[in-house]
Design a protein around this ligand. Sequence first.
Ligand code: GLN
Length: 486
Amino acid sequence: MSHKTIAELSADLAQKKCSSVELTRYYLQRIKTLDPLLNSFITVTEEKALAQAAAADERRAKGENMPLLGIPIAHKDIFCTEGIKTTSGSKMLDNFIAPYDATVVTKYKEAGVVCLGKLNMDEFAMGSSNETSYYGAVKNPWDLTRVPGGSSGGSSAAMAARLAPATTGTDTGGSIRQPAALCGVTGLKPTYGRVSRFGMIAFASSLDQAGMLAATAEDCAILLNPIAGHDPKDSTSLDQPVPDYTATLNNSIGGMTIGLPKEYFTGEGMDAGVTKAVEAAIAQFKKLGAVFKEISLPTTDLCVPTYYVVAPAECSSNLSRFDGVRYGYRCEDPKNLLDLYERSRSEGFGEEVKRRIIIGTYVLSAGYYDAFYLKAQKIRRLISNDFEAAFKEVDLVLAPTTPSTAFKLGEKSADPLSMYLSDIFTISANLAGLPAISIPAGFAEGLPVGVQLLAPHFQEAKLLNAAHQFQQVTDFHQKIAPLNVE
Ligand code: GLN
């Protein structure tokens, strides 16, 4: 059962080969047996899951047959879930029970999805290794001494070990694609504004985007269908028509042009094993009829520094709401209001979050605003312009997802700069608001390697089509981390 995709499980449910309750019990059992090794869940909602599964079975018995009806998934703990603890990986929210559902959660509920629980993550989604979580590090199922990537590290580890047939994630600078690559699963970051951010605990609002991690591009398409579209509760969600993302998966990609940015292929700082797998993926796309073309994205080396001005600036503003007054952690015996603010925030936030708040406050302060924040915003426009020019020449862009495979737990945690550089290939899509997907493309010394495709705004269908075609002729996405109990 653990090898099955959502497309297959959905067919099984439709043909009554299994019930949603059976499926849900199966994954709950897997979580019980395997998650002590991984620490990918913060909360498991067993009772609620079984009740939702029973309700889904009843709806199927009455003749309803939506693709996700009765399919269990798990949510990153950044999505508010009514009546369920929602922590964003922080001590600050350890006592927070969300009073409402995020739109993503609501839409999945309406589609009949069963929620297995909430997944571990870097604190407030800041990190690339899941080591900044208040709930402890998550382990990579392919090698328990290594990180699963971050910030959606619980989502990628749970997915790689098939503790759920799919998981949700969020991507501000790579947090869906980087962990997907490091754990050997498929991860889609939709266009900024394609999926509502309502009820998603904010990190950097102009970059944050909800998406999913799944076994295949086809499953990502099935999962994108119900959540894409305008939400009146999120003014940055765009009112654009939503196609059926599964309808074009089988189109031929013969003649599709794919750009290779020369700045991404200098070899500098790249593992040889990653380069090899990416080259093999290019060869495979050529066999499928894609035509490659060298392109240039001259602002590439400005992406990481720009991101680390814009993201902390927005985070310092977003996280000002955690003051110990309204909700979340409050220090013991405050002496006065200032003491309450100071101690609640210094005791409630972890080190990486504090580092970002300090950087963000600095770049927004009078006298530095023009030199840093305003300049970063101008460069962000240039980065976006680079892609706009590139997409006049090509349909998609291909790049490595990460410069290396999963690194050792603890290897980079004392060196924030080297941690920040692990997002060097993913950050540009967020700065430009573009959709991007990471797909399994091979292994280097037994560890998964991902390759990334980027598309123009709102061209998720094209991305999913190319990724699906690749997965028809490769089997990397079918490999499951060797933790099986079956
Ligand atoms: N690793 C990046 C950061 O730490 C991106 C995180 C994310 O996408 N949420 O900010």
